[in-house]
Design a protein around this ligand. Structure first.
Ligand SMILES: [Zn+2]
Ligand SMILES: [Zn+2]
Length: 437
């Protein structure tokens, strides 16, 4: 069997002192902590080449790490070996009579499969085997977390029951945009660590529409780029739709015919290109045949009157056929579109760019579209160069993120290739995302 050292887990009793050693004395870089609520543990990853150190801090006295420290004191807790086929690895170990903690692989973090080998069989070391989810894109870069980086984007639908609403994050594949343009005035040495560019300076991005279901029907918010893009543009944008919205809806048990509503945050091609599709006879048709398409009237005006700066983003074939088919529900101001679904204009990115609040039972989730396109954009001034009115983006974003932290909004990141949604947290003045989906 081929195995690669994935990480070494270290149980720490005093996390501040441990960080002082690894960060302060050794000068290593430490990633924002990841909360593993089910294990009552907080993990701080320290990348060291191809592997990492994982500092494990108990968050409750009944955590396995707390018990470990009680018994053995702080120190190395486990090593994790990455294998290609965990079932084959377990079969091989069983054939050698090796004592296992897990006879069958079980789901670990980020969709990986894991299994533990008993320390008595491994000469006193707790050994974890891990089979990451297969990488969809060769050489996919790290983005929000170390675990994701090793595994590539997970393009399966992710479901979140949310009071009277049921939210399902789906995707329309991946694409790439110029890294400099994605981070505006932020210098490359700062952003390239979070979003490594390819040899054409482009960073990997997702397209993640959100399905909302309630007793009033089924709605999709944004719908990806769709399949109309020509080969030249598809190459420029590195469009990768080997897994796209049709797959994602099928995986979620939904059909295009079953949607009652489609809602646009704005009409850029990477958000509403999927609203129309080309028929066998070459004509353009609404993608969701029974849906009403909700579009803000002033955004419609801007999209149908493009100028030199936004012409490449507003592709008329994406939305004009909807008007011709008479399926648009125009509206004018911020409002509740359906019970629990409320649009709020942010401006900034486009004159009428809006985000969508999902509210049920006192909880709030927000689909932030291009206001906070990825988890790398949670710092206030990390604003896209594409934005038409960046100071408007800054003013809105500052207020919004403050409130999102204080009120614990679940924030959806439409363009993040790895993280569909999470809480924005702040600790000692440093922001990070606690992944939910
Ligand atoms: Zn946009
Ligand atoms: Zn966008």
């Amino acid at each position: 069997m081929k195995a690669v050292l994935d990480h070494i887990g270290i149980a720490v009793a005093n996390v501040d002192e441990a960080l002082a050693f690894y960060r302060g004395a050794l000068g290593l870089e430490i990633e924002a902590p990841e909360e593993v609520a089910s294990q009552r543990v907080r993990a701080h990853f320290i990348p060291v080449g191809q592997s990492s150190l994982e500092l494990l801090e108990a968050t409750a006295s009944d955590s396995a790490i707390a018990k470990y420290i009680e018994k053995h004191g702080p120190g190395i807790h486990h090593i994790t070996l990455r294998v290609e086929d965990i079932r084959a690895a377990l079969a091989q170990l069983k054939a050698h009579g090796v004592r296992l903690v897990d006879q069958e692989p079980r789901p670990g973090a980020e969709g990986a499969l894991v299994a533990f080998v008993h320390p008595s069989a491994a000469h006193g070391v707790l050994v974890e085997l891990k089979q990451p989810v297969p990488s969809v894109v060769e050489g996919a870069p790290p983005f929000a977390s170390r675990a994701s980086a090793a595994q590539g984007p997970d393009l399966l639908p992710k479901r979140l029951p949310f009071g009277n609403l049921r939210l399902t994050s789906v995707n329309d594949g991946l694409f790439r945009l110029d890294g400099g343009a994605m981070f505006g005035v932020v210098p490359r040495p700062l952003w390239e660590r979070k979003a490594p560019p390819d040899d054409r300076n482009r960073i990997l991005l997702g397209m993640r529409p959100l399905v909302v279901e309630a007793d009033w029907g089924r709605m999709i918010i944004d719908c990806g780029a769709g399949d109309k893009m020509d080969a030249k543009s598809a190459d420029i944008y590195g469009l990768d739709r080997r897994r796209h919205l049709e797959h994602a809806l099928a995986d979620a048990g939904l059909s295009s015919e079953s949607f009652d509503f489609a809602l646009a945050t704005h009409l850029h091609f990477d958000h509403f290109g999927g609203a129309t599709r080309r028929d066998a006879d070459g004509s353009l048709k609404p993608r969701f045949p029974k849906a009403t398409y909700f579009i803000r009237r002033a955004e419609w005006h801007d999209a149908t009157h493009p100028h030199e700066r936004n012409r490449a983003s507003y592709l008329q074939d994406d939305f004009v056929p909807l008007d011709q088919a008479g399926v648009i529900g125009f509206y004018d101001a911020d409002q509740e579109i359906q019970p629990g679904v409320r649009v709020v204009r942010t401006g900034g990115h486009t004159g009428q760019h809006q985000i969508v609040y999902l509210e049920s039972g006192g909880r709030t989730a927000v689909f932030t579209a291009d206001l906070i396109p990825t988890t790398a954009h949670i710092q206030d001034p990390w604003i896209m160069g594409y934005d038409l009115f960046p100071m408007e983006t800054l003013a809105f974003k500052k207020r919004f993120i403050r409130e999102a932290i204080d009120r614990e909004f679940i924030v959806f990141f439409e363009h993040d290739p790895f993280v569909a949604a999470g809480y924005i947290r702040e600790q000692d003045g440093k922001r990070y995302v606690e992944q939910v989906l």
